[in-house]
Design a protein around this ligand. Structure first.
Ligand SMILES: Cc1cc2nc3c(=O)[nH]c(=O)nc-3n(C[C@H](O)[C@H](O)[C@H](O)COP(=O)(O)O)c2cc1C
Length: 170
């Protein structure tokens, strides 16, 4: 990742509410041979089990879900505003039906360990799954969120992942 500088979690200066909730991210999972990417705007970063961690929520019908299940690592790539259209595409079309790389013009790249991310990103988190579990209807304290977000009962799977590396462009 020559164009990037590796930093620690404490050195990350950007606001995670803005990064994830407003700017959005691409979650990318797979290998050089086969990978998929999709837009996320829910989730978070923080500390779990004493380690910098990412909290990612993926519905089971996403094509990316299959990759998340099969692979130990994934990345979260964050972009400048000029890539909004690409993120809109990756958040509204499925990799089952479209070649997202071809359609968006984004350039896939791979970490030394072969984990996919995008060259155009300004920030990349390399995440290693530590824990995953489907949200369950019973567990909702606020049931209003069930009727509001899960009419199809397609509960997200939550992934708690250790952030192994953070790479930023200057
Ligand atoms: C702004 C935005 C945020 C999204 N956030 C999530 C999310 O956090 N979790 C999720 O499962 N889907 C989320 N989606 C929906 C997926 O990105 C979308 O269904 C995508 O087409 C899935 O692609 P895939 O089938 O290739 O995996 C979001 C979509 C948009 C536009």
């Amino acid at each position: 990742m020559e164009k990037f500088k590796k930093i620690s979690a404490e050195e990350l200066a950007e606001n995670p509410f803005k990064l994830i909730g407003t700017d959005w991210a691409l979650v990318t999972s797979g290998s050089k041979e086969s990978f998929n990417t999709m837009t996320v705007s829910w989730g978070g970063v923080g500390i779990m089990w004493g380690k910098p961690s990412a909290f990612t929520f993926i519905r089971p019908q996403r094509y990316t879900f299959d990759f998340m299940e099969k692979n130990e690592y994934y990345t979260m790539s964050f972009f400048d505003e000029k890539y909004r259209k690409a993120l809109q595409f990756c958040g509204s079309k499925s990799g089952r039906d479209y070649d997202k790389v071809k359609e968006t013009g984004l350039t896939p790249a791979f970490t030394e360990d072969g984990i996919p991310y995008f060259e155009e990103a300004k920030l990349v988190l390399v995440c290693k799954k530590a824990y995953s579990q489907f949200l369950t209807e019973d567990s909702f304290e606020d049931k209003a969120n069930v009727s509001k977000w899960y009419e199809q009962k397609d509960f997200h799977k939550m992934y708690i992942s250790e952030i192994k590396e953070i790479h930023v462009k200057d």
